[in-house]
Design a protein around this ligand. Structure first.
Ligand SMILES: [Cu+2]
Length: 417
């Protein structure tokens, strides 16, 4: 065993070579961010609670890059919960060790320690997001990633006059991690949120929230790129802006054929780039979010809201106009109508390579059902002895013969059984 302070030239040379390689392997610009995980006190719905954040911000800081850049994010954990950070939607080819899912690619970053991620951007362009990937800490530890076109290139649509990140979130008055653990024990449904957030605020329709409602100022005649992130823990969301059409131009950091709609439906984890033209009479208008459910279940009834204010001299009407275009919670037709519009941009500049030669057709049934907890006392109807299970083709879990990351690490080629 060598002494602690003994020089190890071999290690220094390897370390130096490693750093050189890190930079040689970088294509675009390199950016550095410091993320400090810390607890802050927040009062919402008239209740005070402590939440884990990055840099004391909720939502967290925005990462801004150009396509093809590389980002080093040094995460220091000053909170009291071990977490990791996942770079949602960043493909990171051959760089799995910076992907972030806890206990999959790394152990949690323990309180009082740090970890530096190397996040490599490749063909992503548009908006993505980052979030904690340990239990349900992501409900407060998340933020947007803005990926601009490569230097010297532009959007496949007219350059907007301005842009705004809109993070949709959900608020839980209780301790979400604790509640999820309890529900998992019982096989119960996951907790329901106490309200929906737009850029960290519940808006005018929630208790004790009116003072802090999020407001976006716009100039008449200008077009804004809204980078919308659904950071809601587990709900699909309808979103609309009163009396304004939205032009969807991108999804999950890929461009789509632009389409005009009066509302959007965005899934949890999804991101959407939307153009908003401020072309309505000067005034103030609500933007609002509401959950979309496919069946009558426990509903989180509270709408999230924020306000768009036109700049200029005019008399405000008594209160902002609410978007009557916002579909109702169970409006399946509205959800399907929206998703039916989505098409890849797929032109010469943004080609999409879809395999057209189908060699194998697979029939996959996704199902959910109930099993008896103790395997003896089965209840035909839902009861305390039943647990909820999901399956694909009636298989709930199949152990792989080789762990995929271990195979990659050890360069094992035979992954398939
Ligand atoms: Cu994610």
């Amino acid at each position: 065993m060598e002494g602690k302070c003994a020089f190890n030239y071999e290690k220094i040379i390897i370390g130096f070579a490693f750093i050189v390689c890190q930079f040689l392997s970088v294509r675009g610009d390199v950016h550095y961010y410091d993320f400090v995980l810390k607890e802050i006190n927040v009062t919402k719905l008239c209740v005070n609670k402590t939440i884990l954040t990055v840099n004391g911000l909720f939502p967290g800081p925005v990462i801004r890059v150009h396509k093809g850049d590389t980002v080093f994010v040094n995460v220091t954990n000053e909170g009291n919960y071990g977490v990791t950070i996942h770079w949602h939607g960043v493909k990171q080819p051959r760089n799995p060790w910076s992907d972030g899912p806890v206990f999959i690619t790394q152990c949690p970053i323990q309180s009082g320690s740090n970890f530096t991620y190397k996040v490599i951007f490749s063909d992503e362009e548009g908006t993505l997001w980052w979030h904690a990937h340990s239990d349900w800490t992501r409900s407060t530890v998340h933020g947007a990633i803005v990926i601009l076109p490569e230097e010297g290139t532009s959007y496949p649509f007219p350059e907007p006059h301005g842009e705004e990140v809109i993070v949709l979130g959900s608020w839980y008055t209780g301790d979400l991690n604790m509640e999820v653990n309890e529900d998992l024990e019982e096989g119960a449904d996951i907790p329901h949120s106490s309200g929906f957030l737009i850029n960290g605020e519940l808006g005018d329709f929630a208790n004790c929230s009116r003072e802090t409602t999020y407001r976006l100022s716009v100039d008449y005649g200008k077009t804004y790129l809204l980078r919308i992130v659904n950071a809601v823990s587990d709900d699909q969301i309808f979103f609309a802006i009163a009396e304004h059409n939205l032009t969807v131009v991108g999804l999950d950091a890929s461009y789509v054929k632009p389409f005009v709609t009066s509302y959007i439906m965005i899934s949890p984890g999804q991101t959407m780039d939307v153009l908003l033209t401020a072309n309505r009479p000067l005034g103030h208008y609500y933007m609002a979010s509401r959950e979309f459910l496919t069946e009558e279940a426990n509903q989180d009834h509270n709408n999230g809201s924020a306000i768009i204010e036109y700049c200029g001299d005019y008399n405000f009407s008594s209160s902002p106009i609410f978007p009557h275009e916002l579909p109702q919670i169970l409006d399946m037709k509205a959800a399907l109508r929206f998703t039916g519009f989505i098409r890849s941009l797929a032109n010469e500049d943004y080609p999409v390579d879809i395999p057209m030669n189908i060699t194998t057709r697979m029939f996959i049934t996704v199902s959910m059902g109930e099993l008896c907890k103790n395997r003896t006392d089965c209840d035909v109807n839902a009861g305390p002895n039943n647990i909820l299970v999901s399956s694909l083709n009636n298989i709930s879990w199949a152990n792989p013969t080789v762990n995929v990351l271990e195979a990659y690490y050890r360069q094992v080629n035979t992954l398939l059984p």
